[in-house]
Design a protein around this ligand. Sequence first.
Ligand SMILES: [Zn+2]
Length: 66
Amino acid sequence: MQEAENTTLMCDKCKVYLKPAKTTLSYLGNNFFTELPRCPVCGQAYLSEELAKGKIAEVEKLLEDK
Ligand SMILES: [Zn+2]
C-alpha cells in the first residue's frame, strides 16, 4: 500500500507550501531520484525521519530487485 505524499507541509522560513520535487537521495553509495516535498522559494527539501525510513525501504527493495 502506498501512502499519498503530504503536500500540505509548509516551509518554516518562507511560509509557503512545499511542493513535490524530484530530489536525489544518496544511500549506500547509490543515487536515487525520488519525489520529496520541497520549498519552491529556498529549495529546502523536507525529509522527516518517518519519510526517510519509507524512502530507504523503497530503495532497499529496488536494490534487491537488481
Ligand atoms: Zn523555504
